[in-house]
Design a protein around this ligand. Structure first.
Ligand SMILES: NC(=O)c1ccc[n+]([C@@H]2O[C@H](COP(=O)([O-])OP(=O)(O)OC[C@H]3O[C@@H](n4cnc5c(N)ncnc54)[C@H](O)[C@@H]3O)[C@@H](O)[C@H]2O)c1
Length: 281
């Protein structure tokens, strides 16, 4: 398997939301490749436990820095700490995210909490770290964790969907900007997990991994393989959804505008039969 050139032994990977789930699995994978790893997550025992877990993978440097990604000053301080230890990261994985049960009519505090973490966390991470990565002139990869819900935007979880739609837009803009800089060896990638058994899915009440879910490790293996191929959209399947099904769902969502259908027609009773036929091809 060819590897993205930024994923090299001795270089550094910084992962946000690294104390659990996909972030922790990615941090373990980067350590396994011989990279030094910075773990950023909210303060607490889980972060220290994650540091010990990643340090046990390989003889690499592993540091854990309590950081709220929605707090720009905290992300700036994280950047200063990373720069003081050998320069900007080779891999920046902006992955911290919450679902938090938000709904369309949730109170503003909850809307802000979700957007501050999921969207501002990404904007803060890009603004704080990427200029230094570009200036360093060495291979770099910015991996941003989005969601299929930011593309097909199903009813329910509206603040989460809004945040992940924003994450998609910001990451596309970043990739386009980087690609337009002559000779810039830094690339950006939108990581779109499927259904993965993590803290986020456990919070929805699943006591053990549902059959349909992938493990974080399977999902990160898929991420690294697609990163090696240079893909921007890293659209992950799982045990219940194939790539072909995702493609049809995305095409239907885009078709709402082109066909002048009602908003979110996939979930509209009048379009149930048409959507079923569309999925059958
Ligand atoms: N699990 C899935 O099925 C799935 C699907 C699509 C996208 N995602 C996305 O994957 C990413 C990782 O989530 P996960 O599924 O591994 O869940 P998880 O809950 O296991 O991990 C998320 C981590 O982010 C941390 N975090 C939350 N708020 C933070 C903040 N303000 N600052 C720093 N860290 C913070 C949490 O403490 C936690 O350790 C999220 O962006 C999520 O939206 C997950």
């Amino acid at each position: 398997m060819s590897q993205h050139p930024a994923l090299a032994p001795g270089r550094c990977a910084l992962v946000t939301g690294a104390a659990s789930g996909l972030g922790l699995a990615a941090a373990r994978a980067f350590a396994g490749l011989g990279m030094n790893v910075w773990l950023a997550d909210l303060p607490g025992e889980a972060l220290e436990a994650a540091r010990a877990e990643v340090a046990a993978v390989a003889a690499v440097e592993v540091r854990a820095v309590p950081t709220d990604v929605g707090d720009r000053a905290a992300v700036d301080a994280l950047r200063d700490a990373v720069l003081a230890h050998g320069g900007p990261p080779a891999v920046l994985m902006l992955n911290a995210g919450i679902e938090a049960g938000g709904r369309l009519f949730s109170d503003l505090d909850l809307w802000h909490r979700i957007l501050d973490t999921n969207l501002w966390g990404v904007v803060n991470g890009i603004g704080t770290f990427v200029p230094g990565m570009i200036e360093a002139g060495r291979p770099g990869a910015v991996i941003v964790t989005g969601s299929k819900q930011g593309i097909t935007t199903p009813p329910g979880n509206t603040p989460y969907n809004v945040s992940k739609a924003g994450v998609k837009v910001v990451t596309e803009a970043l990739a386009h900007d980087l690609a337009g800089r002559a000779g810039c060896p830094v690339t950006a990638h939108l990581f779109i997990p499927g259904f993965v058994y993590t803290g986020l899915t456990r919070a929805r009440g699943a006591a053990e991994k549902p059959e349909g879910a992938w493990t974080p490790e399977e999902t990160v293996a898929f991420l690294l393989e697609r990163l090696g191929r240079g893909d921007f959209y890293i659209l992950c399947p799982d045990n219940e959804t194939t790539r072909a099904q995702d493609e049809r769902r995305i095409a239907w969502a885009a078709g709402d505008i082109i066909e002048n259908r009602p908003a979110l027609s996939r979930w509209h009773p009048d379009f149930a039969e048409a959507f079923r036929r569309h999925m059958e091809g």
